[in-house]
Write a protein that binds this ligand. Structure first.
Ligand SMILES: C[S@@+](CC[C@H](N)C(=O)[O-])C[C@H]1O[C@@H](n2cnc3c(N)ncnc32)[C@H](O)[C@@H]1O
Length: 344
């Protein structure tokens, strides 16, 4: 963690378990680890007296930290799509005498109409684009910190820091590694398949659910299902590709910048999923659980393509998140965010 005395003081002032544990001692499923929250709060830079909009109340812990940072002169408005979480957080804040925080149940993509303007906006759930409502509800100079997708495929998110200028237009500043659950419209009943953005899904005989998110799969769902069915039945291999000192996260950042339209994201069953290349013949992806290796199934085409991308990444000097620059483009729902390599 960096050296940010206000964030450290807030962490010391808030009892994490008061928020993250249920009365039977179990962890609230929708909790974020304190270290990850601290990193976000350091980047958000909340000062006393500010008005803060939080999207994704979850356990209420991050809201309590925001309320501490904003202080008695400031205010926090926290939105979650799950009413039970809001009611629970409201009771917990009340029990600790936190009166500068308001809980709202609804779709966070709409922000908190009527509660604006906000000096800081932070999200713990991933929208596809930077929502228009957040920008409209931002005060001039406001900072927005949110995970957001950097490619047409789901789970291609990084954390965007942007500020909203005096003309009400968001200007991207930086991108950091990190993502949270995709924004969804109602309480999730399962956590294995993304709640949106999946273009084809196949259930294998052993119950595994294989899925894909990729522009070509959105156009040709039948071919995508056939490929996934073959993947479920056929063998897969782990092909070592990266050297120990090479970072799969940096490579992924490079792929977002250079091949946003060409990458595919594939669910391999259970919690395993990866980013890489997929076509109607097969897949080759860097899977979350397999450090430095490509998981390959089906024909050789995707593996060859991904190997060529790795070679180009090495030739470019192995750029990573630190080399990314966000580029925002206006769309109906908000601002689409893509990454560019800053030295290009
Ligand atoms: C990672 S959790 C937040 C954890 C929280 N920061 C904490 O400290 O416990 C993400 C939250 O986002 C919420 N969420 C997902 N989609 C949403 C949406 N469309 N609008 C509002 N909240 C949403 C989920 O219900 C979940 O509680």
């Amino acid at each position: 963690m960096g050296d940010h005395p206000q964030v450290r003081a807030a962490l010391a002032a808030v009892d994490e378990e008061h928020y993250t544990l249920r009365p039977d001692g179990s962890l609230v499923r929708q909790s974020t680890a304190a270290s990850a929250i601290a990193r976000m709060l350091e980047r958000l830079d909340v000062r006393p007296g500010m008005r803060v909009l939080e999207i994704g109340t979850g356990s209420g812990f991050s809201g309590a930290l925001l309320s501490e940072l904003a202080g008695p002169e400031g205010a926090v408005v926290s939105v979650d799509v799950v009413a039970e979480l809001n009611e629970r957080a409201r009771d917990l804040h009340k029990a600790r005498g936190r009166t500068n925080i308001t809980l709202i149940t609804g779709d966070g993509a709409l922000g908190a109409p009527g509660e604006e303007p906000f000096d800081r906006i932070v999200a713990w759930t991933t929208p596809q684009v930077l929502p228009r409502a957040w920008v409209e509800q931002a005060a001039p100079g406001a900072v927005v910190l949110t995970p957001v997708e950097l490619a047409p495929s789901v789970r291609t998110a990084a954390v965007l820091r942007a500020h909203v200028n005096r003309a009400g237009v968001p200007e991207g500043e930086k991108l950091f590694a990190g993502r949270y659950v995709e924004m969804h419209g109602q309480e999730l009943k399962q956590w294995l398949v993304p709640p949106r953005g999946v273009d084809a899904l196949v259930r294998a005989e052993d119950g595994r659910e294989l899925w894909i998110s990729a522009p070509w799969a959105a156009e040709d769902g039948d071919a995508a299902c056939d490929m996934l069915a073959a993947l479920a039945d056929g063998p897969t291999e782990e092909v070592p590709v990266l050297e120990p000192e090479e970072s799969a996260a940096d490579l992924t950042a490079y792929l977002y910048a250079r091949h946003a339209e060409d990458i595919g994201v594939v669910g391999l069953g259970g919690y395993a999923w990866g980013v890489g290349r997929a076509d109607a013949d097969g897949v080759a992806v860097f899977a979350t659980a397999v450090q430095g290796s490509i998981v390959h199934g089906g024909g050789p085409g995707p593996l060859e393509r991904l190997r060529a991308w790795v070679a180009a990444w090495r030739e470019a000097g192995r750029p990573g998140y630190a080399d990314l620059r966000p580029v925002l483009t206006r769309e109906d729902a908000g601002w689409r965010v893509r990454a560019q390599l800053s030295n290009v």
